[in-house]
Design a protein around this ligand. Structure first.
Ligand code: FE2
Length: 276
């Protein structure tokens, strides 16, 4: 789909695509956070230039497929978005994305519990190294900071995750890396679970993946994005990177210089604003 075709994925996503395109057009210096965002993957795919490795969320899409839990899950992981501990070695990796329901509307407060092997392919089965859970923000977004997991016998490279929307069943699945030789021989591997991965500079990697949960939603219902209830954010204001505002009771930090416009409210523009 492009902007000339009738929208089928709801006003929220159309608005975010528009925001991202405008932000991309507005500056040649695109921040890494924007390049790594899953919405950019959708934008590229809509231009028919890059195949959609990250599942685009369009009405009628199948939910993210489940995968086996495997033998190394442990309940009770610490709540943390970064799995890096002192002494964690390996290639730094950031995984960011959104959790959507069946109508492609983002879902907040979704539990994401990640666990993975270390750089040598070993799981910590006594403690909680490289294990942690977090919750999506009100805009459905999440960011995981970790390392690229190592390989271990019999499997290709992967990250385990359990995803649970409030009062909904748990989706247990795994995320995969493109261009891994073992993707061709691992019988569990599923290309629908490939992340988009790119170099982030300094030897680090940035990945993106969007989950689609089997959660019914009303595509014509009210936009789940909070509406303005006061705050310092104001249309027409030129914001610079690092500027802080409040909107609907939450604080945000500016990720990309821009002039605020209707539709670019902080909760609706995660590429422009990071919730604090
Ligand atoms: Fe595993």
């Amino acid at each position: 789909m492009d902007d000339t075709t009738p929208p089928t994925d709801g006003p929220h996503l159309v608005r975010r695509k528009t925001v991202l395109r405008a932000a991309l057009a507005a500056t040649a210096a695109v921040p890494a956070a924007l390049l790594g965002g899953p919405a950019l993957a959708r934008t590229l795919a809509s231009g028919d230039t890059v195949p959609p490795l990250t599942p685009a969320c369009d009405d009628g899409d199948d939910p993210t497929p489940p995968q086996m839990e495997g033998p190394y899950f442990k309940p009770g992981s610490p709540r943390r978005a970064s799995l890096l501990d002192a002494g964690t070695t390996g290639t730094r990796l950031t995984v960011s994305g959104y959790v959507f329901g069946l109508a492609c509307r983002p879902i907040g407060a979704v539990l994401l519990d990640f666990w993975q092997a270390d750089a040598n392919g070993a799981y910590d089965n006594t403690g909680y190294r490289l294990r942690g859970h977090q919750f999506t923000g009100a805009d459905g977004s999440f960011t995981l900071t970790t390392i690229v997991p190592g390989l271990y016998p019999g499997r290709t490279r992967h990250i385990h995750v359990k995803v649970q929307a409030p009062n909904r069943p748990v989706l247990t699945t795994q995320l995969y890396f493109p261009n891994e030789p073992r993707n061709n021989t691992d019988t569990i591997f599923d290309p629908r679970l490939l992340m988009t991965v790119r170099d982030a500079g300094g030897g680090a990697k940035e990945a993106a993946f969007d989950f689609v949960l089997n959660v019914p939603q009303d595509p014509g219902g009210p936009d789940p994005t909070p509406t303005a209830t006061g705050g310092t954010w104001a249309q027409g204001t030129t914001y610079r990177v690092g500027d802080r505002v409040t909107y609907a009771g939450r604080a945000y930090s500016c990720l990309q210089a821009h002039t605020a416009q209707p539709g670019w409210e902080p909760p609706a523009a995660p590429a422009l604003w990071r919730a604090l």
